[in-house]
Write a new protein. Structure first.
Ligand SMILES: CCCCCCCCCCCCCCCC(=O)SCCNC(=O)CCNC(=O)[C@H](O)C(C)(C)COP(=O)(O)OP(=O)(O)OC[C@H]1O[C@@H](n2cnc3c(N)ncnc32)[C@H](O)[C@@H]1OP(=O)(O)O
Length: 155
C-alpha cells in the first residue's frame, strides 16, 4: 500500500505509542488504512512475540487491536466530520475499553490481517469492532471503545 496510513498523520509529539508511534523504534508501528467502509492493517509477528513455540502471544494481538482501534476511531471521526485526516484541530482518541476474544490459536510465520468496522461514531466516543485473521482463520476478535483524548494527556 502506498498511501499514507492514519498513524502517519499523528503529530510527532504524539507518535511515541508502543503500538502505533512512528517515533518508537522498539514499538509495533502498526499502519492502518481505509478499505471501503472498513479499516485494515497487517502485522508480521517476530520471534519475540511468541507465546508457546509456533503461536503468537495474546498480548501482542490485544495491542494490535488496541492501536488499530484508536487509529480507526480518529479516521472515522474525521470522516464523519467531513474533514481531511490530520487537519486541525486534531481529533485524537485514546482507549477507554479494550475487549478481546481469542478464538483460535494464532500461528507464527503468517501475516496477521486486521479488519475494523466502525460500529458507533459519536463526537466524543467511537466504537470499533476488529477481527484478526491468519489466512482464512479468524483467530481473535476485539472491540475498542475509543474516547476523545483528555486535555491532560496532551503535552
Ligand atoms: C488520524 C489523525 C490523527 C490525529 C492525532 C491522533 C493522535 C492520537 C494519539 C493516539 C495515541 C495512541 C493511543 C493508543 C491507545 C492507547 O494505549 S491510549 C492509553 C490507554 N488509555 C488511557 O490512558 C485512557 C485513560 N482514561 C481516560 O483518560 C478517561 O477515562 C477517558 C477514557 C478519556 C474517558 O473520559 P471520561 O471523561 O470519563 O469520558 P466520558 O465523557 O464520561 O464518557 C464518554 C463516553 O465514553 C464512555 N466511556 C468512558 N469510559 C469508558 C470505559 N472505561 N469503558 C466503556 N465506555 C467508557 C462513556 O460511557 C461515554 O459514552 P456515551 O454515554 O457517550 O455513549
Amino acid at each position: 500500500m502506498s498511501e499514507k496510513a492514519f498513524q502517519d498523520y499523528y503529530p510527532a509529539d504524539l507518535s511515541h505509542c508502543y503500538g502505533c508511534g512512528n517515533n518508537n523504534a522498539h514499538g509495533h508501528q502498526i499502519k492502518s488504512f481505509w478499505d471501503g467502509e472498513e479499516t485494515v492493517a497487517e502485522f508480521n509477528p517476530l520471534p519475540e512475540h511468541t507465546a508457546i513455540p509456533g503461536f503468537v502471544y495474546g498480548g501482542l494481538i490485544a495491542s494490535l487491536i488496541d492501536c488499530h482501534g484508536t487509529g480507526s476511531a480518529s479516521a472515522a471521526a474525521y470522516k464523519a466530520a467531513g474533514r481531511e485526516l490530520g487537519s486541525e484541530p486534531a481529533l485524537r482518541f485514546v482507549t477507554a475499553n479494550l475487549n478481546v476474544d481469542f478464538l483460535a490459536p494464532t500461528p507464527m510465520g503468517q501475516t496477521l490481517k486486521l479488519r475494523g468496522t466502525i460500529t458507533e461514531c459519536k463526537e466524543k466516543k467511537v466504537v470499533v469492532d476488529i477481527t484478526v485473521s491468519a489466512g482464512e482463520t479468524v483467530c481473535a476478535k476485539g472491540r475498542v471503545i475509543a474516547v476523545k483524548m483528555p486535555a491532560s494527556m496532551a503535552s
